[in-house]
Design a protein around this ligand. Structure first.
Ligand SMILES: Nc1ncnc2c1ncn2[C@@H]1O[C@H](COP(=O)(O)OP(=O)(O)OP(=O)(O)O)[C@@H](O)[C@H]1O
Ligand SMILES: [Mg+2]
Length: 256
């Protein structure tokens, strides 16, 4: 039995002046599902993420999360409902150890109020969060490094930190924007395992990726964008051989 859609996008449109970056886009993602999103440069993939996360205001459309409209909410309110993201470029908080970077993710969602501080609850919560952050660091494979300064991390380790930080916010939906970009083959394999593990915990995953070799074995379904329009969606094996996809996305690679 497929679970209910946690994210439902309908007629989503974003114009920047005369340019329609996302055009009447519709799709859904279910709990524990990995939906892949591919498309050439400028297809509107990151813009779609920015609309879902509330970073950009939509021109038109609907984004329902857990049955409620979230379009128009500020980004921190959307995050508080359980929509977390990683960025196309790593964004660590410099000069801080790995564990504190992960804790920042927890604080974006759970801020203790004054009364919690007065009652001593904040301290207990902080202890809980630290324990949880250490578990997440372990989960992404940085278990040796909780106290390392983020400045000393390799690029690939920085990517794993981003994921741990997003998980600290206890997402129900996790948006990945090209997580494999710049990683070595071994790092890509580890990342694929982590993403599978995240979905296995029941978290819905929306995964933007240029690298089809990485994405197709990982995603349960794939949506293809071109010039802001969804030109195809289906199972990975359908997408692999879809004529419109080969033409629009693979282009010269397909010919080669
Ligand atoms: N803030 C903005 N202002 C104006 N135009 C924008 C803005 N953000 C994106 N665009 C334009 O919208 C279109 C879609 O961009 P977007 O970043 O969503 O593409 P993408 O599919 O993520 O591409 P890539 O694979 O290169 O990351 C592009 O033409 C881009 O130049
Ligand atoms: Mg992008």
């Amino acid at each position: 039995m497929p679970s209910a859609a946690i994210l439902e996008v309908r007629g989503l449109t974003k114009r920047f002046g005369g340019l329609t970056a996302v055009s009447s886009l519709g799709f859904e993602v279910r709990e524990g599902e990995i939906l892949g999103m591919i498309g050439p440069n400028g297809a509107g993939k990151s813009t779609t993420f920015n609309l879902i996360a509330g970073t950009y205001a939509a021109t038109q459309g609907e984004v329902r999360f857990a049955g409620e409209q979230i379009l128009g909410l500020p980004p921190h309110r959307i995050a508080a409902r359980g929509v977390m993201r990683t960025f196309q470029h790593n964004r660590p908080f410099g000069g801080m150890p790995v564990i504190d970077n992960v804790l920042v993710g927890a604080h974006t969602r759970f801020a203790s109020g004054l009364w919690a501080v007065v009652g001593g609850r904040a301290l207990r919560e902080e202890t809980q969060r630290r324990k949880r952050a250490a578990e997440l660091i372990e989960f992404v494979g940085l278990g040796e490094l909780p106290h390392a300064d983020v400045a000393t991390l390799s690029f690939g380790q920085g990517r794993l930190l981003e994921i741990a930080r997003a998980l600290a916010g206890e997402p129900r939906l996790l948006l990945f924007d090209e997580p494999a970009a710049g990683l070595t083959l071994a790092e890509c394999e580890r990342l694929a395992g982590i993403i599978r593990g995240i979905a296995a915990r029941g978290i819905a995953v929306l995964l933007i990726e240029h690298d089809m070799h990485f994405l197709l074995p990982l995603a349960q379904r794939v949506a293809v964008l071109n010039f802001g329009v969804k030109i195809a969606d289906g199972l990975p094996e359908q997408i692999r051989n879809h004529p419109a996809v080969l033409e629009a996305y693979l282009g010269s690679h397909a010919a080669a």
